[in-house]
Unconditional design. Structure first.
Length: 553
């Protein structure tokens, strides 16, 4: 029978491996676990997701209420400020709204084609400028646009794309071929993520890059592209924004086929060639012209950071993180106008408070320091965590690991817990040892091809080399089983996710959430009590960065 985190202390090999936790009866540790309760968690969820907080949009009155609430909770618990003498880390934001009247013209091979914003393409710029444009920019098909030495893959080999516009396929060759020997097979790597495509094209000197949208490899329909990347786009006010592409965007597959046909090529044939090693980029003999007029607004948001100092190795940090922001309010809506974000992510932020209280209740604190970060603007591009990763308040080579909490289980107790990105790092083992104390199994993400590991705040820590764990709710409900759980999760995604209806409801069962938060406590306790630095597994795209960082430690 499944035990709770505070249940009987039956001896298991996995449990004995947990650092400093002996089944002889660590009463203080058990008491710390018991401070994590639904009765404590729920009031914070209700406060953060109340109408008073106006949907917690960055740079809004709702932000001020949110960050002051978090600061107050951290102060009352006894956390020290995590950014010098301040709990706040200012995050400079810029909001750029592109004129939807933009049109792209493709000329060459004796023809001239025009493509409309919205129906055929979505385009924007991350440069903080009133106007971004490419004029007569040569089009080059670069396959998947990947440079991955660990996979022996380089789509830009012997290619100069300076000032040119590259056309790039979404996802990576492993998904396209379902060949387990290519990249990670069906599971998306970071090289398949659209953000990587733009970053690599910029490194190669391109002026613009367009990713070809296809629903299966992208994992969402064109309507998501239209809704997500049109209208106001938040970004970071960066000093080096000119290192970004002048224009970034998506093309529909229909528009892409038309362009390739104009160039005298068959899209499907070139796509098939691009799926195999040794592919050589194909100049299309066409030129693209597109101008984007922008409205630019600047603002400042805040990450909220608190620290519990360690004892023997206080200069080493274990990080818990959760994004405090949501979508604010929309006065154009009829009826309810507030995106309360109860599950996403008032639950995760409330878990930070519970975890901090649990660590502070220990008689003897762990050797390493524990940092708690409420990050801003996750819903607008993971911006708060990106800013922190670029401007860390403690050295990255002293940052042991990051644990990201983005939504909690509201369906009740589970026999398992999922890990998004399972197999990436040694952190899986820490969670497996903790899960064994609850007689639960750790299972991989059931949809690795969708690249969820690259869609939440921990990913910005991973990009700079810090091992990052992204646990997710389990699927095997103790009473109802997997089919029921999957149905309930599908209902939430369809009816409440990123909608004004994401509010607390009386049918929430937070017992499973408490089980999970207690697991996160155990993982953090292991890491904070350990002397080792967990690493990425061989072949993971982040390992080289971490290894280089840790040389000499």
């Amino acid at each position: 029978m499944r035990k709770t985190a505070t249940g009987s202390c039956g001896v298991s090999v996995a449990f004995l491996l947990v650092v400093t936790m002996s089944c002889g009866g660590d009463a203080a540790f058990e008491a710390a676990l018991e401070t994590i309760t639904a009765d404590d968690l729920l009031p914070d969820v209700l406060t953060l997701s109340s109408d008073e907080f106006e949907g917690r949009a960055p740079s809004s009155p709702g932000e001020l209420k949110t960050i002051e609430f978090l600061k107050g909770e951290f102060e009352e618990l006894g956390l020290e400020p995590g950014n010098g003498d301040s709990y706040f880390q200012e995050v400079p934001l810029v909001r750029i709204t592109a004129d939807p009247g933009a049109r792209m013209v493709v000329s060459g091979r004796g023809a001239r084609s025009s493509f409309d914003y919205g129906d055929d393409l979505i385009a924007w710029t991350k440069r903080v400028t009133q106007r971004a444009a490419v004029e007569g920019s040569e089009l080059v098909f670069v396959g998947y646009g990947i440079v991955a030495p660990e996979y022996g893959w380089d789509d830009y080999e012997d290619l100069d794309v300076t000032g040119k516009t590259v056309v790039v396929l979404v996802n990576d060759p492993g998904f396209a071929t379902q060949d387990a020997s290519l990249f990670n097979g069906n599971a998306m790597t970071y090289y398949g993520r659209w953000t990587y495509k733009y970053e690599e094209a910029a490194r190669q000197g391109a002026a613009a890059a367009f990713v070809v949208h296809e629903t299966d490899p992208a994992a969402y329909p064109w309507t998501v592209v239209q809704g997500t990347w049109s209208g106001p786009q938040f970004g970071l006010e960066a000093e080096d924004d000119m290192s970004r592409l002048s224009v970034e965007g998506w093309w529909t597959v229909a528009a892409t086929r038309q362009v390739f046909e104009q160039a005298g090529f068959d899209y499907d044939s070139l796509k098939s060639l691009a799926e195999r090693p040794g592919f050589k980029a194909v100049p299309l003999g066409l030129a693209a012209s597109l101008a984007i007029e922008n409205d630019v607004e600047r603002s400042v948001s805040n990450n909220v950071i608190g620290v519990i100092p360690g004892t023997d190795r206080a200069d080493e940090y274990v990080v818990y993180m959760a994004h405090w922001d949501h979508f604010g309010l929309d006065p154009n809506l009829e009826g309810d106008q507030i995106y309360n974000g109860a599950n996403d992510n008032a639950t995760g932020v409330s878990a930070l408070i519970e975890l901090a209280e649990a660590f502070l209740s220990l008689d003897d604190r762990p050797a390493r320091s524990i940092m708690f970060i409420g990050v801003t603007a996750e819903e607008f591009g993971l911006l708060g965590s990106a800013y922190y990763a670029q401007n860390p308040t403690v050295p990255l080579d002293k940052t042991v690991a990051a644990i990201n909490i983005d939504g909690l289980n509201i369906l009740g107790p589970m026999n398992d817990i999922s890990v998004i990105g399972y197999g990436n790092s040694e952190l899986d083992g820490y969670l497996e040892r903790a899960a064994a104390t609850q007689d639960r199994m750790v299972r991989p993400d059931t949809e690795p091809e969708k690249g969820y590991y690259y869609r939440s705040d921990h990913f910005n820590f991973a990009k700079v080399g810090v091992p990052a764990l992204f646990p997710d709710a389990g699927l095997d409900h103790v009473v109802h089983g997997e089919e029921w759980t999957e149905q309930k999760r599908a209902e939430y995604l369809a009816q409440h996710y990123h909608k004004v209806s994401d509010e607390y409801r009386s049918d929430w069962d937070l017992s499973g959430a408490i089980d999970d938060v207690r697991l996160y406590f155990e993982v953090g306790y292991q890491l904070a009590s350990d002397s080792q630095f967990p690493n990425w597994h061989e072949g993971t795209e982040f390992k080289a960065v971490r290894d280089a960082m840790m040389v000499g430690r």
